[in-house]
Design a protein around this ligand. Structure first.
Ligand code: NDP
Length: 315
């Protein structure tokens, strides 16, 4: 028996604030019990688990689980687990504010490369007035790889700036102002046309190390590389070599094969690399709580939740 008609939600995240999420969820569902996973007294009352990278064995404590809410958009770390309970729907967060935050980061990175800001930052450090004539936006091609909830919004924002924008996804997409391509057979040609490449793909068995040395060498000489998706999409050693040689001109990297990026990693000290610690976008309680609450109500009524991911597909 649950303690309330809605039951109890267990929360786990090392990155997100429990009290903020609890307040946001209870503002939507005042009768929902929300407990931190460290304070679960009656595991049999837990019907919903909302978690980001929970420890192994997390779910097996909860025999009456009905819904797993991934506290973010990327589900790669969740679906790769061997302790996922079978048959329990897994939802992701699909939040316009999260997409806007991501599009803002990507736009910043694209504009920074398109306006040669890394070149001027380096010149400033040397006290040099280094004039480099700006390129017109329509002379610059940006490729956005992955056109999902986050990628489509970013591609839309980039094309609004006047850049020629290419999009690439698994199935054919249609985004106004974006030339969309689909399927692995078109990837190398997309890469060969782009001055700036932005990775916005999920990490799946198909996309892991999709950007190996051979594929990274298909980028235009001096192209800029932006990864806001997952580090393991890329052979990081090859990327580092190509950045060192200048074959890839510059990079903005928010994600890495190993996080935190180890202190001794050569990427830290490369002048053509901007590093941020995996925060291009985050789940926002005030705007995401409504959809999570809706899903809890749906599951409570015996309906299928929205924004369900497919563990077999990996996203
Ligand atoms: P979605 O699941 O909504 O969309 C994924 C996109 O990638 C779709 O366009 C899909 O194609 C495409 N895709 C998937 N597999 C392939 C493939 N094998 N070949 C070609 N295209 C493929 O993802 P989101 O847009 O919500 O997020 C993308 C990723 O961003 C997340 O998975 C996560 O890893 C990362 N992320 C990073 C954050 C950060 O702070 N750095 C924050 C949030 C997310 P199709 O449309 O045909 O299915």
């Amino acid at each position: 028996m649950s303690t309330t008609p809605l039951g109890t939600l267990a929360f786990y995240s090392e990155f997100d604030d429990f009290q903020t999420w609890k307040r946001a969820l209870q503002a939507q569902l005042p009768h929902l019990q929300v407990v931190h996973s460290s304070a679960i007294e009656r595991p049999e009352d837990i019907h919903y688990a909302m978690a980001w990278k929970p420890p192994q064995g997390f779910f097996s404590r909860m025999p009456n689980l009905r819904l797993i809410v991934n506290l973010g958009a990327g589900v790669d770390s969740l679906v790769a687990r061997e302790d996922l309970p079978a048959g329990i729907p897994i939802t992701r967060i699909t939040d316009p504010q999260m997409s806007r935050m991501m599009a803002g980061y990507v736009l910043f990175a694209v504009l920074r490369h398109a306006r040669d800001i890394p070149f001027f930052e380096q010149a400033q450090r040397l006290g040099e007035w280094a004039y480099r004539h700006p390129r017109s936006p329509d002379e610059i091609t940006v490729a956005v790889l992955g056109l999902g909830q986050l990628g489509a919004k970013a591609a839309h924002e980039i094309q609004r700036q006047g850049y020629r924008t290419l999009g690439w996804s698994r199935s054919q997409a249609a985004i106004e102002g974006v030339e969309c391509f689909a399927g692995l057979e078109t990837l190398d040609s997309v890469l060969a046309q782009a001055d700036i490449v932005v990775l916005m793909l999920p990490l799946t068995p198909q996309t892991r190390h999709l950007f190996d040395r051979q594929r990274l060498e298909k980028l235009r000489p001096g192209a800029a590389f932006v990864n806001v998706a997952r580090g393991a999409l890329v052979d990081q050693t090859a990327l580092t070599d190509l950045l060192r040689s200048g074959q890839i001109g510059a990079a903005t990297l928010d994600v890495f094969e190993r996080e935190p990026l180890p202190a001794a990693d050569p990427l830290w000290s490369m002048p053509n690399v901007l590093i941020t610690p995996h925060l291009a976008s985050v789940a926002i309680p005030s705007s995401s709580a409504r959809q999570i609450a809706e899903n809890i109500e749906r599951v409570g009524r015996g309906e299928a939740p929205n924004h369900v991911i497919d563990p077999a597909r990996g996203y």
